[in-house]
Ligand binder design. Structure first.
Ligand SMILES: [Zn+2]
Length: 124
């Protein structure tokens, strides 16, 4: 997982804009594969645990077949993903705005918790 920082522009669509800098972590292929294998292994373990349980054991082969697919889907979800963490100021009301979460696609639309106005977050 590579870390860095990113300069962002927060705008409210009415001409006001603020600058912010956030810490970003990018999910690399190896880290995404590790999370995917963890989830695939967990689903496979569930399939194995189901084997001795009456009636439920009929679904065990299906769960065991789905395990690699679940791992691959989790890998695809995480691979190349960007997590950001930081703070900025709302361009409308100047109150602090928490900038966190997943940012795979720019611009990110947020709602200011203080003034309930829409804030567009984009890299500078
Ligand atoms: Zn606001």
């Amino acid at each position: 997982m590579s870390s860095g920082s990113l300069a962002l522009t927060l705008s409210n669509g009415a001409g006001a804009a603020k600058e912010a800098r956030v810490a970003v972590r990018t999910w690399e292929r190896r880290d995404a594969a590790r999370v995917g294998m963890k989830w695939g292994g967990a689903v496979a373990a569930l399939g194995v645990v189901m084997i001795p349980i009456p009636l439920i054991h009929f679904f065990s082969p299906i769960v065991l077949l789905i395990a690699p697919l679940a791992g691959f889907l989790i890998f695809r979800l995480y691979n190349g993903g960007v997590d950001m963490q930081g703070q900025g100021a709302c361009p409308s009301c100047e109150n602090p705005l928490e900038l966190s979460g997943n940012a795979d696609r720019w611009p990110v639309q947020m709602i200011c918790p203080s003034c309930k106005r829409s804030v567009t977050v984009a890299p500078t």
